[in-house]
Write a protein that binds this ligand. Structure first.
Ligand code: HOZ
Length: 430
């Protein structure tokens, strides 16, 4: 029963556009009523009607240790008593910066902001200021937040809602954004050649998570790195999803590729609104007040956000076994889903890396946006609702990765696999 959620959604639509504060949450592509959440603990969400769900969104990534993780809750409570914001520097910000530098070897300096959007927007401005060039290459289906430059052929909510052109973005801005297909190095080379000496940055999600979970093919990231070195282009890796999730040093550590600038969000804030961008000192020293590339924020480095993020990252750094546990759990889920999907008999693709996974109902490999978009997403939508009915909360879009948290137990995973078996039969042959 989701009566209270229905009531709340009706009410929300009177005062909030679409009833939500971020579009994918509205369930627009999967249909039906969004679940309104009342509280969460560990791997479970509880809705306004008192239903319990096993959570595979983890707040879209941040809650890697589980919801209401005791040390994070305690730290927030302690720091809230000292005041929730100063607008002046604190020692905690230095500790946070030092912790990040100790986890990511190619980050010499880091600037905290309040969201992944801000991080990517600021990193691009910095790349432009540093190189004196204007153009940026991004990849179809990759999502770097909602700054104007990135809302061209973007994934996440734009793919979910099939928004091709975003009103309000001037031609002057979009003309500087060049788009290539992920995993197609030749396309990137061609764009660079056609725009010789004009490309400031290439930005990408090293492991794409905004069109399902899509892995880089062998040699792709290495090729991009080489191209950037040859052409004096700043390589920005958007680790908003993968940072501190795939390894202490993120996708860069796991895949052995180093960016010039890297952007963070999600896990770095432990569930509070935090983002960050960092990288080579040579580039970072162009940021104000050291340099003239301006970037600022009243709530940047906010003490409550910093202590939540610091406690989360410190836990991950001090307990690297968490990454192995998460990967084992995700692989167990992957295998279990494989079994029930094989027995079901219709085509599917599961992509997984570490604790990120996704399911596409597709008869071809899903390696880029074109292959993700041509999967049977109507079938995914039906599967989503069948799972939800059984208490399994998946992202309400085939264009999003699922995120596991370490509070998930093997019993939760078994319950999920069992629910998938029944849900697939109910999904039928649409
Ligand atoms: N951009 C997020 C997923 N890639 C969705 C954020 C939200 O709706 O909370």
């Amino acid at each position: 029963m989701i009566n209270k959620s229905k009531e709340l959604f009706e009410r929300a639509q009177q005062s909030i556009p679409g009833g939500v504060n971020s579009p994918v949450r509205a369930f627009k592509s999967v249909g039906g009523t969004p679940i309104f959440i009342k509280k969460a603990k560990g791997a479970y969400l509880y809705d306004a009607d008192g239903n319990r769900y096993i959570d595979y969104i983890a707040s879209w990534g941040p809650m890697i240790l589980g919801h209401a993780y005791e040390p994070v809750v305690k730290a927030i409570q302690e720091y809230a008593a000292y005041s929730t914001s100063y607008g002046a520097p604190t020692e905690l910000e230095i500790e946070m910066a030092e912790l990040i530098l100790s986890m990511v070897p190619n980050v010499d300096m880091i600037r905290m902001v309040s969201s992944g959007t801000e991080a990517c927007m600021s990193a691009l401005r910095l790349a432009r200021g540093y190189t004196g060039k204007n153009k940026v290459i991004k990849f179809e289906g990759h999502y770097h937040g909602h700054a104007d430059s990135f809302l061209v052929k973007a994934g996440s909510g734009l793919a979910t809602l099939n928004i091709q052109t975003v009103p309000g973005i001037t031609a002057g801005v979009s003309v500087d954004t060049l788009v290539a297909s992920y995993n197609k190095l030749d396309e990137v080379r061609q764009l660079v050649n056609e725009n010789k000496g004009e490309v400031a940055a290439i930005i990408l999600e090293p492991v794409a998570g905004n069109m399902g979970c899509i892995l880089p093919e062998a040699g792709f990231l290495e090729g991009i790195r080489q191209l950037c070195d040859e052409e004096g282009i700043v390589l920005i890796m958007d680790e908003v999803m993968t940072g501190f999730r795939l390894a202490p040093g993120g996708a860069q550590e796991l895949l052995g590729i180093r960016a010039d600038l890297v952007t963070y969000g999600k896990v770095i804030g432990g569930g509070m609104p935090v983002g960050a961008f960092g990288g080579k000192k040579e580039i970072m020293q162009h940021i104000a007040p050291l340099g003239n590339v301006y970037q600022a924020g009243t709530l940047s480095g906010n003490p409550i956000a910093m202590i939540a993020g610091y406690t989360t990252l410190k836990t991950l750094k001090d307990n690297p076994a968490i990454y192995k546990e998460l990967e084992e759990k995700c692989t167990y889920l992957h295998k279990g889903l494989d079994e029930v999907l094989k027995a079901w008999g219709q085509p599917y693709v599961i992509n997984q890396l570490g604790s990120m996974i996704s399911l596409h109902f597709s008869d071809h490999a899903v390696t880029d946006f074109t292959s993700a978009a041509s999967a049977n997403n109507a079938r995914f939508n039906k599967f989503f609702h069948a799972m939800l009915k059984r208490g399994i909360y998946l992202p309400p879009s085939a264009f999003e990765a699922w995120f596991l948290c370490n509070a998930l137990t093997y019993a939760d995973l078994d319950e999920t696999i069992k629910a998938a078996k029944v849900s697939l039969n109910e999904t039928g042959n649409i």
